[in-house]
Ligand binder design. Structure first.
Ligand code: CO
Length: 134
């Protein structure tokens, strides 16, 4: 059911420093920082030949990654995003198998303008999983 690894998301306390690290030290292709107030984060995308890295910095007082950064002050891997062909069919299949979908279970438009859902980390090997309709 799951397809390509769309991105690995890394939460960081300082997105400018993290973008510089990827651009200058690692020599990667790095986007500008984009504030996404509706998601409570600022994002930078790093394009690799086979996938992307999504850097996330908290934005605003109710950022969904604030707690993660309190527990991981120097940053860390926050979630993995897998592509699916039909996000509602994927959700129904997962819920029928007892997996928990975060929020109200309805896909939301994510940082790439595509429908996304998040799955409970306790159901997936301790890893927060994002599904994105490709
Ligand atoms: Co993501």
């Amino acid at each position: 059911m799951i397809g390509r690894l769309n991105h690995v998301a890394i939460a960081v306390p300082d997105i400018a420093a993290a973008a510089r690290l990827y651009r200058e030290t690692l020599g990667a292709e790095v986007s500008e920082a984009v504030p996404q107030p509706e998601h409570g984060v600022t994002t930078v995308f790093i394009t690799l030949p086979n996938t992307k890295i999504e850097l996330l910095e908290p934005l605003g007082p109710d950022s969904p990654i604030a707690g993660f950064l309190e527990r991981n002050p120097s940053g860390g891997i926050h979630h993995l995003c897998y592509e699916v062909a039909d996000i509602r069919a994927a959700r129904d299949r997962l819920m029928a198998q007892g997996a928990r979908v975060l929020g109200d279970g309805e896909p939301k438009i994510g940082a790439h303008g595509r429908p996304v859902l998040f799955l409970h980390p306790k159901d997936f090997c301790g890893t927060l999983v994002e599904l994105e309709e490709a």
